[in-house]
Structures are given as structure tokens and as C-alpha cells.
Design a protein around this ligand. Structure first.
Ligand code: DAH
Length: 332
């Protein structure tokens, strides 16, 4: 009983139980030795032993219950929930600004009857250049410094190869009306306005009597839905090997409304894309009779559109993925 007094844990109670009442326990030994006693002693000692065992058992049981109760109370005290604590913030993710802008562009063109096409980022020289009227040794190939994987395979430098891939799939059927968003790669030193990987959206429409005025109308509608209802556009003559004629398209400056400011370099206009009428040789190489069909095409840089729309000053923000930047688009 004195030993039981100093016990603190339920495991120690069990140890004592074994020590005294177990198979080889002290009391068990005494009870076994009863056979050696005389007939007179046996009932006396037997009764005494029973009393002792009962007392020990009760003592053990009581101690066990006291300890268990204390343990439960300690556990409850430790696990108390403070219902007045403020809740934990649940951080939810949001879409990347480039994804948002691609989806906006897609929405606008889907509304104009276009569908979304895709093509590979690892592309052949044939589709990236050759079928776009850029034969080997053509000086315009230098316009786009490329990442080559082999002599004939490269990371696409633009989304224009999807024009030819789509026309080949359509096998001469019209109308062709697609846009193609995707990543493109160029050997460039990254800075605030250049990135060696960036995103373009290509557009292509081919059919009978597709005219430059259709291109103008579609792009004006795009500019109005993308930037503002009163946006206007202008076409400047340009050159691309895969279009003839070619035009660079400016949108009226969305920062100053065309009055002239720092962003538009006081011209009132900001360049947003390249475009033109699909070159007859491109149509021909893709299996479309250029005597019968015409088409327009355009290609725009998504980062540039996003930077203009959300007033972002450095293209590298899109790729360094600083959460302080990305989180700002959680309500767009
Ligand atoms: N592929 C051109 C580039 O990356 C952009 C472009 C210009 C695409 C004119 C076109 C187009 O479809 O008609 O610079």
C-alpha cells in the first residue's frame, strides 16, 4: 500500500499488479505455498491471504481510477478550444493574368464565330518557315532568332504555323475561321519588354470573298471589346512574308484616349498586332486555290495586350510568378 501511495502513472499501477498478483507475484507465491501448511493453519492463513488480496486489488483499482481521471482532465485542459480565436485565412488560388487575357480574347472571337485551334510548340522548320513563304536562306528568317533542336526542328517562333496546319486539316473546306493561342520562343535577352518565351494569339479566316475590310471590321470589334467601346484602330503598311498586303495595327491609346501621352510616345496610337491578307503562295502550299479563295491573318502578343490592359510595366512579371503580382488578379 505504501508503494501504491507514490505511484503517478497508470503504467506503474500495472507494474505493481504484476509484482504482487501476477503469476509469479509475491502474493500468488504465498497462496501457492499454502499446501505446505498444517490443517489448522491453512484456513487462518487462507482467510488472511484472501483479505490481503482483496485489499491489494481494491487499492490498485482505486489508484487506477484516480490516475485515469486525472489523465483525462489533463488532456481536456490541454486540448481546450479557444472559440474566440480569429479564424484562419483560407488562401484560394486564382488564374494567371495571361490565362485571363487569353480567355478574354477567346471569348471575343468565339462570339464572332471563330473556333480555337492548337499546334505544337516543338515545330518543324517546314511549318514554322517554309510553308509561310520563308524558304531557307530567306533574309526575313533573321527577323526571328530561333532555338533549334536539330537542323529541321525548332521551338516555334510564332503561332503562324498553326495557320497551315489548320488549313491542311480542313482539306480545302471553307470557311476557315480560327484563332490559336499559344507559347512561342525566340532567342532574346530578357528585359522589361522582351522575353525569350511569350504568348501569341494567331487568327486566320479563309473563304470566298474574304476582304481586307473584313479584317478591319473584326479587329475594330476586338479592340472595342478588349479595351473600350470608343477605341479606334488604324492600319499601317508593313511587311510579312506570309501576307500581302501586310499591315501593322495600332489601337488608339487607352491611357490618354488618343490625345498623346508618355505611353503612346505622344502619337495617340499603340501598336498591338501584325496582320494582312494571306499570301497566295501560303494558301497554295496549304491546299487552297488562291484564285478561288482569299483570307486574312493576324498575330498578336498576349503579354503586350495584358500589359496595356492592366498597366503592367515589365513583361518578366508574367514569368517570375511573384504572388504579390499574381494575387492582384484574383478579382478580375
Ligand atoms: N507571325 C508574326 C510575328 O510573330 C505576326 C503576324 C503578322 C502574324 C502578320 C500574322 C500576320 O498572321 O498576318 O511577328
Amino acid at each position: 500500500m505504501a508503494e501504491l501511495e507514490s505511484v503517478q502513472e497508470s503504467s506503474q499501477v500495472q507494474e505493481l499488479r504484476v509484482k504482487y498478483l501476477g503469476k509469479k507475484g509475491r502474493l500468488t507465491e504465498i497462496l501457492r505455498g499454502m499446501g505446505k501448511l498444517s490443517a489448522e493453519e491453512r484456513p487462518l492463513i487462507g482467510q488472511l491471504a484472501n483479505e490481503v488480496r482483496e485489499a491489494v486489488e481494491n487499492g490498485l483499482e482505486q489508484k487506477k481510477q484516480t490516475i485515469e481521471k486525472a489523465e483525462i482532465e489533463a488532456k481536456l485542459a490541454k486540448e481546450t478550444i479557444d472559440v474566440t480565436l480569429p479564424g484562419r485565412m483560407i488562401h484560394t488560388g486564382n488564374r494567371h493574368p495571361l490565362t485571363l487575357v487569353i480567355e478574354q480574347i477567346e471569348d471575343i472571337f468565339l462570339g464572332l464565330g471563330f473556333t480555337v485551334a492548337e499546334g505544337p510548340e516543338v515545330e518543324s522548320d517546314y511549318y514554322n518557315f517554309e510553308t509561310l513563304n520563308l524558304p531557307k536562306e530567306h533574309p526575313a528568317r533573321d527577323m526571328q532568332d530561333s532555338f533549334y533542336i536539330t537542323e529541321d526542328i525548332l521551338l516555334r517562333t510564332h503561332t503562324s504555323p498553326v495557320q497551315v496546319r489548320t488549313m491542311e486539316k480542313m482539306q480545302g473546306k471553307v470557311p476557315v475561321k480560327i484563332i490559336c493561342p499559344g507559347r512561342v520562343y525566340r532567342r532574346d535577352n530578357d528585359d522589361a519588354t522582351h522575353s525569350h518565351v511569350f504568348t501569341q494569339v494567331e487568327g486566320l479566316m479563309v473563304g470566298e470573298n474574304v476582304r481586307m475590310s473584313d479584317l478591319k471590321g473584326i479587329l475594330l470589334e476586338f479592340a472595342r471589346q478588349m479595351f473600350s467601346d470608343d477605341a479606334s484602330i488604324r492600319l499601317r503598311p508593313s511587311f510579312f512574308p506570309f501576307t500581302e498586303p501586310s499591315a501593322e495595327v495600332d489601337v488608339s491609346c487607352m491611357f490618354c484616349g488618343g490625345h498623346g501621352c508618355r505611353v503612346c510616345k505622344h502619337t495617340g496610337w499603340i501598336e498591338i498586332l501584325g496582320s494582312g491578307m494571306v499570301h497566295p503562295r501560303v494558301l497554295e502550299m496549304a491546299g487552297y486555290d488562291p484564285e478561288k479563295y482569299t483570307g486574312f491573318a493576324f498575330g498578336m502578343g498576349v503579354e503586350r495586350i495584358a500589359m496595356l490592359k492592366y498597366n503592367i510595366d515589365d513583361i518578366r512579371h508574367f514569368y517570375t510568378n511573384d504572388l504579390r503580382f499574381l494575387k492582384q488578379f484574383n478579382r478580375v
